[in-house]
Ligand binder design. Structure first.
Ligand SMILES: [Zn+2]
Length: 495
């Protein structure tokens, strides 16, 4: 049925209904979105199923195979930067074209031939989406490219923008973290200036517009009429970039017109000034190695803040629950993907898929940002939701004869049913199958909503179904109803 992009667009459409709402819990909003695009009744139910399926070695022992079947995640090999990233618009997520670490945010030409915008200027940009729409936005550049914002080594716990100052780049040096140790990298002011120039050119000419296009093509979120205000900061460890509404009071999650995006020079202070993707891999970076991927991630925060779909509230001053961190960060990762080796993505995914307690913990409903493992778990979760919706595919094994009840079969059954009709088949299937006598039609009907009645057309479409608990001696029955609750199809066979 739905492609992964269609699933995410439907998901976002539910979030858009709350654009001007600042009182509904972010978790309740996600409950509604999950119900809209999956067979699950709530976010927590989907999380429980996800954690179970992804870590259930009794069903699929091999971790890579389990990730592929449950989430569609195809892990890239170590040091292979040609592998599909798993971006929702790429090949692993079912959309045909391989999008790798370099191509997920596309560039044409070279950095050297690009011009710098004037310091303090506002530049105009536009992009045309895959469905032919053209949107425009502005970038507001810092007053000087010879200055940086000093964030005073604040952490997320001591975060206080009022204490930040602006520092002129002269001949000083900057450290990559507050603690001078083996892992500390020191940058000269000249390196910082060179990095600012390369990053500014990349953002001005490619990365922001291409990321905005990706956001629309992947999720249906546009950046039309908005302004992105860019700054560069030093003296804040472990933050690659940060994006927030600039024209909203705290706890106002309605659509913002001005979005501020800070780029962290402690991590990007020595960027490759030739590579069009903004490569930091040469410096041994353990973080996302191409800055353009990070810009794509940040632009999901930006387009969500600009459309009122990101619901984050201050726990101290608001009683409204925020959307959990695994979602707000996972949805940003999904636009550019984590299936490949870049940024040690694959190792993080495997560590979660092989440790149920760790995965369950990472799927906490707590809000926040910067908890690395939740970026990964949230990404995996959204890939899982999309995979549940992908529908029957020829290489999804469907057994028609003897049934191994321990096999991963419920999903295949659901895929198959979804491929032949409308969604939300679970109640119907579980209620009418498993070799049990046909249940009372009304009882089953009432457990699925009127809007979700299936309308399977022809008999015989479901000869290849199986469920856990179904024995080869059982009969297999399926009933569907029309809008007047009359059975329109009943079939039975011996398995
Ligand atoms: Zn983020």
């Amino acid at each position: 049925m739905a492609t992964s992009i269609e699933t995410m667009k439907s998901f976002m459409n539910v979030l858009k209904q709350y654009a001007n709402d600042t009182v509904t819990s972010g978790i309740a909003i996600l409950d509604n979105a999950v119900r809209e695009v999956t067979r699950f009744g709530s976010l927590q139910e989907a999380i429980n199923s996800f954690v179970n399926d992804v870590t259930d070695t009794s069903r699929i022992a091999d971790t890579a195979q389990r990730l592929k079947e449950t989430c569609g995640i195809v892990l890239g090999a170590d040091n292979d930067f040609t592998a599909d990233t798993g971006a929702v618009s790429g090949a692993n997520a079912g959309n045909g074209t391989v999008k790798n670490a370099a191509s997920i945010v596309p560039e044409t030409g070279t950095l050297a031939e690009l011009s710098m915008p004037a310091a303090g200027s506002v530049t105009s940009h536009s992009y045309t989406t895959s469905d032919g729409k053209t949107f425009s936005f502005n970038i507001q550049w810092p007053a000087s490219f010879n200055q940086v914002q000093d964030r005073k080594w604040q952490t997320l716990d001591t975060y206080d923008p009022r204490a930040w100052t602006t520092e002129e780049l002269t001949n000083q040096t900057f450290a990559s973290n507050a603690v001078v140790n083996e892992g500390t990298v020191t940058y000269t002011a000249q390196q910082i200036r060179d990095s600012i120039e390369a990053i500014t050119k990349g953002m001005e000419h490619w990365w922001v517009a291409e990321s905005a296009k990706l956001a629309y093509d992947s999720y249906g979120l546009d950046f039309n009429g908005k302004t992105l205000k860019v700054n560069y900061f030093v003296n804040m460890a472990d933050v690659q970039a940060a994006t927030s509404p600039a024209d909203k009071k705290e706890n106002d999650t309605t659509p913002a017109d001005v979005i501020e995006m800070g780029i962290g020079l402690p991590i990007y202070g020595d960027i490759d000034t030739v590579d069009v993707n903004g490569n930091t891999r040469f410096a041994g970076g353990a973080n996302q190695c191409y800055l353009d991927r990070t810009i794509a991630h940040e632009m999901i925060h930006g387009t969500m803040q600009a459309s009122g779909t990101l619901k984050g509230y201050d726990e101290k001053t608001s009683s409204v629950a925020s959307m959990p961190e695994f979602f707000t960060e996972g949805v940003a990762e999904l636009v550019m993907g984590l299936d490949d080796y870049d940024g040690q993505n694959t190792g993080k995914i495997v560590s979660l898929a092989t440790d149920r307690a760790k995965l369950a913990d990472a799927m906490s409903l707590a809000p926040g940002t910067g908890t690395s493992i939740r970026y990964t778990s949230g990404y995996m979760f959204l890939r899982y939701l999309c995979q549940q919706n992908l529908g029957y595919q020829p290489d999804d094994t469907v057994v028609t004869t003897a049934v191994d009840t321990s096999a991963n079969t419920a999903q295949n059954a659901l895929y198959n049913i979804d491929a032949h009709g409308k969604s939300y088949a679970e109640q119907l299937i579980l209620g009418t199958m498993s070799g049990q006598p046909l249940p009372d039609a009304d009882a089953v009907y009432s457990s699925s909503s009127a809007a979700k009645v299936m309308d399977y057309g022809t008999a015989g479409s479901f000869s290849a179904l199986e469920l856990p608990g179904f024995r080869s001696s059982d009969s297999l029955s399926l009933v569907s109803w029309d809008s007047s609750r009359n059975p329109i199809l009943a079939s039975a066979q011996n398995g």
